[in-house]
Design a protein around this ligand. Structure first.
Ligand code: NI
Length: 129
């Protein structure tokens, strides 16, 4: 659980690179901040994910380092460092990274990374770093 907002108020910026340096495992997002019901998560990914969709929410991908490809059933988009893309809710997608990508996700609290698919690629939620 995150500290209470008052205890958390330290007047320090949250540095993406510093937070990313604290872990090395891939496909396991870490929460670095919350805004209302939304969480900011950083994650390292490499290789192929599974096809899935999120019935109840859009999903944003903000690439910090590397080049992310998001496959769709009818095309794909390449998102480079300094770029972002929003996948609309209900649209099947499959993230892919040829080499490790480090990115920031902004999602409502409780969103499951594998959407409605479940399975072994499902990450643990609410891991703060
Ligand atoms: Ni997704």
């Amino acid at each position: 659980m995150p500290p209470s907002p008052l205890a958390f108020q330290t007047y320090q910026p949250i540095n993406f690179a510093s937070k990313l340096s604290l872990f090395s495992d891939q496909w396991q997002p870490r929460v670095i901040a919350e805004m209302n019901d939304y969480q900011f998560k950083i994650v390292r990914i490499e290789g192929d994910f599974i096809w899935h969709s999120h019935a109840d929410t859009d999903e944003s991908f903000i690439v910090l380092e590397g080049e992310l490809r998001i496959d769709f059933r009818d095309g794909h988009v390449c998102v480079n460092a300094g770029e972002m893309y929003v996948v609309p809710k209900g649209i099947e997608h499959k993230p892919y990274a040829h080499e490790e990508v480090r990115m920031l996700l902004i999602e409502p609290r409780g969103v499951v990374n594998t959407g409605d698919e479940g399975g072994e690629r499902t990450a643990t939620n609410d891991l703060w770093i």
